[in-house]
Write a protein that binds this ligand. Structure first.
Ligand code: FES
Length: 105
């Protein structure tokens, strides 16, 4: 079971044991990771699951599609390592995945 590490905008750190096949957003929401609002429920329509993925982990993820890219463009604080947590499916090899949660609150 992969363990995902989050640092929230308030400085709190959360480790989430997650199931493969779910999304990073779903795993974070279950544990109420601070800053993950996920207002649209994972439809790629709100950007309130915006995270900054650790650069080493970013390289290992499948590339974002055009819809995620467009939604991230709507955020004021997009960075090179920005992703939407609802668009990242968890796989068994993601143990140790690390991300900082954007200030979505
Ligand atoms: S939950 Fe809305 S875009 Fe991810």
């Amino acid at each position: 079971m992969p363990r995902l590490n989050f640092t929230s905008p308030d400085g709190s750190e959360t480790v989430v044991e997650a199931y493969s096949g779910y999304t990073v957003m779903e795993a974070a929401a279950v544990k109420e990771v601070y800053g993950i609002k996920a207002d649209c429920g994972g439809c790629c329509a709100c950007a309130t699951c915006h995270i900054y993925v650790d650069p080493e982990w970013l390289k290992k993820l499948p590339p974002m599609d055009e819809y995620e890219d467009a939604m991230l463009d709507s955020t004021a604080d997009r960075r090179e390592n920005s992703r939407l947590a609802c668009q990242i499916e968890i796989t068994d090899d993601m143990d140790g995945f690390t991300a900082v949660v954007a200030d979505n609150v």
